[in-house]
Ligand binder design. Structure first.
Ligand SMILES: [Zn+2]
Length: 112
């Protein structure tokens, strides 16, 4: 399976890159959803699950469960740097759903 090497941008285009990032952000705040479909994300996810094959939350609770989700420890909210370079943890599917719910609640979006 071919895999693309990381893209290296030449120095000196920082301004333009920032402008484009701001533009992209306004144009489509959900752009990050597409990042999950990239080969780059697949590689990052696989590396995470290879390095930590067990669910981090189950392990804390004293159970060894194979993980199948690479989860961002901190919500990335579409932030490029957090998405690609933020801390990751391996989770099993049930822990991942409850972890996401917990974060939503903390975030206050569902508070009544
Ligand atoms: Zn778990």
């Amino acid at each position: 399976m071919p895999s693309k090497p990381p893209v290296h941008r030449p120095a000196g285009i920082g301004d333009r890159r920032q402008q484009r990032r701001a533009y992209d952000h306004q144009r489509d705040k959900q752009e990050w959803r597409g990042w999950y479909k990239t080969a780059r994300w697949q590689a990052r996810r696989e590396a995470q699950l290879r390095a930590y094959p067990l669910c981090a939350l189950c392990e804390k609770a004293g159970t060894l469960t194979p993980a199948n989700v690479a989860d961002h420890v901190d919500r990335h909210n579409g932030d490029y740097d957090r998405f690609w370079y933020g801390k990751m943890q391996s989770l099993c599917a049930p822990c991942h759903s409850s972890e996401k719910q917990r974060q939503e609640n903390e975030h206050g979006t569902q508070r009544r």
